[in-house]
Design a protein around this ligand. Structure first.
Ligand SMILES: NC(=O)c1ccc[n+]([C@@H]2O[C@H](COP(=O)([O-])OP(=O)(O)OC[C@H]3O[C@@H](n4cnc5c(N)ncnc54)[C@H](O)[C@@H]3O)[C@@H](O)[C@H]2O)c1
Length: 333
């Protein structure tokens, strides 16, 4: 089966990572690299892939089947809509959109065009998280009661003060759109549609002016809760724990997903011995991109349903409103 021809849009930190990981890939073939910054041409030349600053031209190119968007957050919605209108499949980095209105618009455009949508929530492709989902969905730990998740890192301590990641427009709740959104995706993947959220962010331990310490509590429609922490002023920490009426499961990350070192999985079911298992590292980002290619080629459905992508952004919307108002915010849906 032939490869999916891809244009990579946005050649910054993450876009360059994905280009390197995709080099020589049999399922996704990079045919165009796109960035508004002409200086990115040097990187494209090093990778041996044609470069353009003109996304509209890339979208008109019939040799491009799909786009991978690794651009600043507020651009995602418009770029998804434009790509879908041009008949291109879309893999978009997280957050898929910044608010409920935009995610509804983006998903409607994808459905109208009949193209595939995928999102950069690679944690879903980690073996430990996949086992955790299997256990939770099998009923083994009973009714899901509560989730605790934490994704913290200090990778942004060195970024320049004029970086878009420090603006209220692109990252309105500090760590939320960087790391908190991944934990939110896992929570929505298990608990579905949220009902209300309370969130607070403060600048406590760094120069990151839009906040480095975020705490969130979400009540889901099922009645279960998720408690999410994301900090940008402490070294890497990653944990996702699900408590149920019969037991609990947890995944601890040994390193940031950029350089995975594996995961520790723990399961404790009432009446059984506690199980602790180590998973060797894979490249979950590449696995996600390949799942997207598989869905485009009709090999297997993309494992994250669009409904769950919408739950995630609807909850994000409420979290951002709660941070601004200091009040509990209803989650639309
Ligand atoms: N999944 C993950 O684990 C993960 C990790 C890091 C970043 N990301 C996501 O990747 C995206 C990019 O983040 P980054 O850290 O690489 O940012 P970055 O600032 O390093 O790179 C963004 C790039 O987009 C380019 N750009 C800006 N406007 C553009 C436009 N209109 N068309 C084309 N290119 C444009 C910029 O010139 C820049 O090169 C964000 O959505 C971010 O959240 C995901």
């Amino acid at each position: 089966m032939s490869a999916v021809n891809v244009a990579m849009v946005g050649l910054g930190w993450w876009g360059q990572n994905m280009v390197r990981w995709l080099k020589g890939n049999e399922k996704l073939n990079m045919v165009k690299l796109v960035d508004v910054n002409p200086a990115s041409e040097k990187f494209a030349a090093e990778m041996g892939v044609p470069f353009t600053t003109d996304l509209a031209a890339a979208l008109k190119d019939p040799n491009v089947h799909a786009v991978v968007l690794a651009t600043p957050h507020t651009l995602h919605c418009e770029q998804i809509v434009a790509a879908a209108a041009a008949g291109k499949h879309v893999f978009c980095e997280k957050p898929l959109c910044m608010n409920k209105k935009d995610v509804d618009r983006a998903i409607a455009a994808i459905k109208t065009a009949g193209v595939q949508l995928a999102v950069g929530h690679e944690r879903r492709f980690e073996p430990g998280i996949q086992e955790l989902f299997r256990v939770c969905q099998s009923g083994e730990i009973g009714t899901l009661l509560s989730i605790e998740g934490n994704f913290s890192q200090d990778k942004f301590l060195g970024i320049a003060s004029d970086n878009w990641r420090l603006t209220d427009k692109e990252a309105p709740a500090g760590p939320m759109t960087a790391t908190g959104i991944h934990i939110l995706d896992l929570s929505c993947g298990l608990l579905g549609q949220g009902a209300r959220a309370y969130a607070a962010v403060k600048q406590l331990g760094s120069h990151l002016v839009n906040g480095d310490t975020l705490g969130i509590m979400i009540n889901y429609k099922s009645g279960a809760n998720a408690l999410i922490t994301a900090i940008l002023a402490t070294p890497f920490y990653g944990r996702f724990t699900v408590f149920g009426s019969l037991g609990w499961v947890e995944v601890r990350d040994k390193a940031h997903p950029e350089t995975p070192m594996g995961w520790t999985f723990v399961k404790n079911v009432r009446g059984q011995e506690m199980v602790t298992r180590d998973y060797a590292p894979n490249n979950p980002v590449l696995a996600n991109l390949e799942a997207f290619a598989g869905a485009v080629r009709g090999v297997a459905p993309y494992p994250v349903p669009m409904e769950q992508m919408a739950y995630n952004v609807a909850a994000l919307d409420a979290i951002l409103r709660s941070v601004k108002s200091g009040q509990l915010a209803d989650i639309e849906g």
